[in-house]
Write a protein that binds this ligand. Structure first.
Ligand code: IVH
Length: 675
């Protein structure tokens, strides 16, 4: 064997190991929702794998995690015949109907059959069949008419909760053929994000996560689907491999599929009804939409005895919850301005109870929505709510009008600054035309500090509004100049909260570049786009110099985003903001600061308490953060060092009680210099 072959072998081995690692971390993240590594570490694995694969393109397997988004847009979907029909479910709307179903099941089975049901959430998405041959995903198809569906393999491959390859135990052989049935759905968070983006772009919103999932799965270009954050719950194996539905669910889990956490085995119809009642409370707070619960007879043998009528099996039924709606009065409409200058109408309602909370406001989306539904002030309206999603006005109860209702006046000036507001081009949105509208700054700051952006804990709208109104800050860079005293002057702000806020602001300086890029609120640059840019350029400086062409060539960036980025960086006001953020010490690199991981403070948690002889609190915290430490304001078992100054009080006592190491400023400085 010559030298080159040796090197090829080595690298291909490394690539295979990386694939296994990446698959494992994708499984932890997308299926178990319990990641063990940071996004940056995950990216590094992918970057290395892509590097090797680029050198040996002939040796890239189709099930490599890098190959999820591949190929080109299809001119259309082809039809596929399902191996076995995808059945539907008959519905029940009451306990009586469920008992009648149970009676039918018993009547159809031998006398002393042991009847158990598997209770499952009914996911509101769309059914798909996934075919695995020898453990590898070879085809995904929509339900269609149940007999033939559409081939959506390229799109389903982009869903990270779908394994491209079954997860197998050491030495375990994959089944020759496995037909997995389940539901492609859009998590509520992804739905809110997508609709938010669509509003920003002046596009119409999707009515619900189900429609959004269907629209996203039926995209001809898999790159578009890949950006929609779809997910997948497996719930059935056609031609069950084990003897029970419960066993099949466990097998699906074993193969690395995501299945609902709430799936429960019950012994009789009373327990089934109890599950349905309890689950109605629970489902409000799930991160995905459900519209009911499904009862499935557990034993596969008994399922076969019962068979199906037409398209519905006799061994399963769906219980449908009534839609959560309420009637109330629309008192007025408020128009508010978002961070991109879009005016959004909100209905102010007579408060009404709806799915466990009191609703007094609902979204009206935009002018077209109000007109299409002929909404008038004073109308009786039906509103609906799907847990975390903001309530929406569904329709007007026109029969209840008494003639006193008034037409909605569409504003032509901005409610925040009074400048002209208008619709531009084909946009559905009305925008304020003032480029310096104060709302932009206010909303921009709220976004900057928010969780998915710079994640500054304790820096929500209430605090920011006060800081802006009292002229303590104007923009994001000013946040980093705030002193403890500035913060203590705010309403209802105690010393402890002020300290926490200062610490949170300081800690945010260490965020990776992608968080900052997202936080800046560059139009069209969402969290994912920001991440792609950070990985590609590695530093703010390089991104600043990028041309539209260069940007548009990046996979998944495209011309609109590219244009918007270049425009943003061409604005001197924005460059000034960046300069001031940099001067404040905000990290502008993607790879985490090259800290020396042998430094005594690296990865340690430090708590400062009391007054130190020479160093100010935030100054000392910054010095510690710079060498890779985390700072906190409360002492716990997880604290590594407490740095105590004069008049240190309860934190010092607690540290002593817990046996946490206590040092003074001199020792802190000595360790900091690592001498
Ligand atoms: S089982 C033979 N289980 O509901 C049974 N379906 O109304 C076939 N659905 O087309 C389906 N969650 O899209 C099953 N846990 C679940 C489900 C579920 C949602 C959907 C599925 C089906 C529709 C029938």
């Amino acid at each position: 064997m010559n030298l080159f072959n040796d090197e090829r072998e080595e690298l291909l081995k490394e690539a295979e190991k990386l694939r296994q690692e990446i698959r494992h971390h994708e499984y932890l993240y997308y299926v178990l929702d319990a990641p063990e590594i940071t996004d940056a570490e995950y990216d590094r694995l992918n970057i290395r794998l892509r590097e090797i694969e680029a050198a040996y393109p002939d040796a890239v397997p189709n099930d490599s995690p890098t190959q999820r988004v591949g190929g080109y847009a299809n001119p259309q979907f082809t039809e596929v015949k399902h191996l076995k029909p995808l059945l539907s479910l008959s519905n029940a709307f009451s306990a009586e109907e469920l008992r009648a179903f149970d009676t039918r099941v018993k009547e159809g089975l031998p006398q002393n059959s042991k009847i158990e049901y598997v209770m499952e959430p009914k996911i509101d998405g769309l059914a798909c069949s996934l075919i695995y041959k020898d453990g590898v995903l070879v085809q995904a198809a929509t339900r269609g008419d149940g007999v033939t569906g559409e081939n959506v393999t390229a799109n389903v491959r982009t869903i990270r909760a779908v394994p491209l390859k079954l997860k197998l135990a050491e030495g375990e052989k994959p089944p020759a053929l496995l037909d997995v049935r389940g539901e492609v759905y859009m998590p509520r968070k992804a739905f809110a994000l997508l609709n938010g983006q669509r509003t920003e772009h002046g596009e119409s919103e999707f009515a619900n996560p189900r429609n959004a999932a269907a629209g996203s799965l039926r995209q001809l270009d898999p790159k578009v689907t890949a950006n929609r954050n779809l997910s997948f719950f497996a719930y059935l194996i056609a031609d069950g491999t084990t003897d029970t539905q419960w066993g099949n669910v466990e097998l699906l889990r074993h193969y690395g599929f995501q299945t609902c956490q709430d799936i429960t085995l019950v012994q009789n119809i009373n327990e089934a009804i109890k599950f349905i009642q309890d689950f109605n409370e629970k489902r409000q707070n799930l991160p995905y939409d459900t519209d009911g619960a499904v009862l499935k007879l557990n034993a596969v043998y008994e399922q076969k005895i019962l068979g199906a009528t037409g398209k519905d099996p006799r061994w399963a039924i769906a219980f449908k919850y009534p839609p959560e709606q309420a009637e109330t009065t629309l008192e007025s409409i408020e128009w508010s301005v978002g961070r991109t200058g879009v005016l959004t109408p909100t209905a102010v309602l007579t408060p009404v109870k709806l799915s466990g909370s009191t609703v007094s406001r609902a979204t009206l989306h935009n002018e077209d929505f109000i007109k299409a539904k002929d909404i008038r002030i004073g109308d009786k309206v039906i509103i609906n709510k799907a847990a975390e999603i903001i309530p929406e006005v569904l329709r007007v109860v026109a029969d209840k009008r008494n003639g006193t209702e008034t037409e909605v006046v569409i504003p032509n000036t901005c409610p925040e600054c009074g400048w002209k507001a208008e619709r531009q081009g084909t946009e559905a949105a009305i925008r304020c035309t003032n480029p310096h509208c104060p709302a932009l700054g206010r909303e921009g700051l709220i976004h900057f500090a928010s969780r998915d952006a710079m994640n500054i804990d304790g820096c929500g709208p209430a605090v920011l509004n006060q800081l802006i109104d009292s002229k303590k800050i104007r923009d994001a860079a000013d946040l980093y100049t705030l002193t403890r005293e500035d913060i203590l002057e705010l309403d209802r702000m105690g010393a402890k909260s002020a300290d926490n806020l200062i610490t949170a602001i300081q800690n945010s300086k260490q965020n990776e570049l992608d968080k900052l890029l997202f936080a800046l609120g560059i139009r069209h640059v969402g969290a994912r786009g920001a991440h792609l840019l950070a990985v590609h350029f590695g530093s703010m400086e390089k991104l600043t110099q990028a041309t539209t062409k260069e940007l548009a060539e990046i996979e998944d960036i495209g011309a609109t985003i590219a244009e918007s980025i270049v425009t943003w960086f061409a604005n001197p006001a924005n460059l000034d903001l960046l300069e001031r953020l940099q001067a404040a010490g905000v990290n502008m690199q993607y790879v985490q600061k090259q800290t020396d991981n042998t430094h005594p403070f690296f990865g340690k948690t430090l708590v400062f308490t009391g007054t130190m002889p020479t160093l100010g609190r935030s100054e000392a915290q910054q010095m510690a953060i710079d060498v890779g430490a985390k700072c906190s304001n409360s002492v716990s078992k997880k604290t590594d060092y407490v740095i105590a100054g004069a008049e240190a009080g309860s934190k010092l006592t607690k540290a002593q009680e817990l046996g946490v190491k206590v040092i003074d400023e001199t020792e802190f400085l000595r360790l900091l210099k690592n001498k």
